[in-house]
Design a protein around this ligand. Structure first.
Ligand code: NAP
Ligand code: MG
Length: 504
């Protein structure tokens, strides 16, 4: 129990007017789906929020055909400056409807309103503003002479940052002149459907953005569709692998943003209080449903006890509960399925001998919840040191020298992100250069900016989202797209250097 008690401060739901049921958004119209409709629920209360249509193969076909027509007849013929105007309009509408979008996101996903309001939705607007600015400058982006769009992009996104992942996908695709068919995750379709309303408000030409809801099979139909020129996927490595197989040998370009098991490295010369905040932000932000979460804490042996002690103290102050309460730090786990997975992996952690500690908190009666948890004395071979848990669970390992920290950090099939905490700039730069991770944060964690490319090494996927690199993934031309758009090693090293230098 914290020494300070907070009265409830719930955000009002009244700002969101959800319809009882939603169809598919195809060719600028709401249409019925031919698959079996399903419900989306609030994971905090298990209350049904709305009935959602399922797109079957036929519906996916209609959506791809609409996107093709829009591409051929209007979007590919429009000037970059005009495309940019639409994107600016979308960005402004997102800002205007920010509060509504944040509440809808917290209802459907279970994340704290503090995060949807202050992180997700502002970044959604920022992504559209950023790529709006690129739309008329593609010829000057160093992407080859006369870069051209790929055509129709199929985009499939996960449930952890529903609207933000949509923005990461749609903004660069449209700026580069592609049209899109996007499938949100089954458990979090609402903000994508509200976004469809924004597309209508912005008077985008029909068919430029199509939203098809449904589960895995809808995604499969979209990936397989011969009319698709590009597949952009964010999700699990298992599904990513399946998609790579499906598109192999076709003309389709592909980018995959997959899982991670990031190391957050704390050296003994780090400012410990700041590092503790960074560890908390690294693993408990968004209930740990973050692909780049700092889920492996590597702490230098001589400060291990102090760090773990202070971390526990800090964790005991985290407030778990109603996602719509403005005081809430830890919201609901997105689904029962995910909760079961977190529980199963945590039990394995215990069986394998790691020391489990959970923050004392009251678990609400309904809904899906998991108290913030750390496992101390985890060995490198332990399951919870290797597998992505995708929940509020931190594995703590120790090291003695920077070389050992680097070896342990890189000892993973993933390579999406990493964090370094140290007072010494030269140490940060030297270590960052040796980490096989797409993003390295120094004395901070989980910072995102539309101008900064994001993506992984190894099983974390390929291709980059964000920045100029994010455009390359949607353009034909010299520095082409898809699998060939990997950031050259030298460039990523110099980017890391710049970032470590203080940009993030
Ligand atoms: P997932 O099961 O791979 O699902 C991702 C999306 O793909 C969902 O829309 C899903 O639909 C759809 N899908 C499922 N099976 C499919 C198939 N066979 N063909 C085409 N689409 C299919 O992943 P998740 O459990 O939702 O998300 C968690 C994972 O995403 C974690 O591993 C996390 O690390 C990763 N992630 C990565 C990033 C990144 O940028 N690298 C960002 C966020 C998350 P349904 O959900 O409707 O079934
Ligand atoms: Mg839901």
């Amino acid at each position: 129990m914290s020494f300070l008690e907070y009265a409830p401060a719930p955000e009002s739901r009244a700002i969101v007017a959800l319809r009882p049921s939603y169809g598919l958004f195809i060719d600028g119209q709401w249409v019925d789906g031919h698959g079996e409709a399903f419900s989306t629920i609030s994971p905090a209360s298990e209350e049904k929020l709305a009935e959602i249509a399922t797109a079957d193969e036929h519906d996916v076909d209609l959506a791809v055909a609409a996107a093709r027509r829009a591409y051929d007849r209007t979007w590919s013929r429009m000037s970059g400056a005009d495309r940019g105007k639409y994107l600016f309009r979308i960005a402004r509408l997102v800002q205007e409807r920010a509060r509504e979008l944040a509440v809808a996101e917290s209802l459907d996903n279970g994340k704290p309103i503090k995060e949807s309001r202050d992180v997700d939705v502002p970044l959604v607007a920022a992504w559209f503003f950023y790529y709006a600015g690129w739309a008329d400058k593609l010829d000057y982006a160093g992407l080859g002479a006369n870069p051209r769009a790929l055509g129709v992009a199929a985009q499939i996104i996960p449930w952890n940052f529903p609207l933000m992942m949509l923005a990461w996908k749609i903004a660069p695709a449209l700026a580069a002149g592609n049209t899109v068919v996007l499938k949100p995750a089954e458990t979090t379709p609402l903000t994508a459907l509200l976004f469809a309303e924004i597309v209508q408000q912005a008077e985008l030409p029909p068919g430029v953005v199509n939203i098809v809801t449904g589960a895995g099979p809808t995604g499969q139909a979209l990936v397989r569709h011969p009319g698709v020129d590009k597949v952009a996927f964010t999700g699990s490595t298992a599904v990513g692998r399946e998609i790579a197989k499906t598109v192999a040998g076709t003309h389709k370009k592909v980018t995959l943003e997959l899982g991670g098991k990031a190391a957050n490295i704390v050296f003994d010369d780090a400012p410990i209080d700041q590092a503790v905040e960074g560890i908390v932000n690294g693993i408990f932000f968004n209930q740990g449903h973050v692909c780049c979460a700092g889920s492996r804490l590597l702490v230098q042996e001589n400060v291990h006890e102090e760090v773990v002690e202070r971390l526990k103290q800090r964790m005991a102050t985290l407030r778990l509960g109603d996602p719509l309460d403005k005081n809430t730090d830890i919201g609901a786990i997105n689904s029962r399925e995910q909760l079961d997975r977190i529980r199963a992996l945590s039990d394995i952690g215990e069986q394998e001998g790691a020391e489990r500690w959970s923050a004392p908190c009251e678990i609400p009666e309904n809904g899906f919840w998991f108290a913030p948890t750390i496992f101390d004395n985890v060995s490198t071979s332990s399951t919870i040191a290797r597998e992505e848990i995708f929940g509020p669970v931190l594995s703590v390992l120790t090291f003695r020298t920077p070389a050992e920290a680097i070896t342990k950090a890189n000892n993973t099939p993933y390579g999406l992100s990493a964090g370094i905490w140290s007072d010494k700039g030269s140490k940060i730069l030297a270590v960052a250069d040796k980490l096989r991770a797409g993003v390295v944060w120094a004395n901070t964690f989980n910072r995102f900016d539309p101008a900064s490319p994001f993506g992984g090494y190894k099983e974390s996927g390929y291709g980059r989202e964000g920045g100029r690199h994010g455009l390359a993934a949607y353009l034909k031309g010299e520095s082409g797209a898809g699998a060939t758009a990997l950031v050259p090693a030298e460039r990523s090293a110099s980017q890391k250097r710049r970032r470590a230098g203080g940009a993030v």
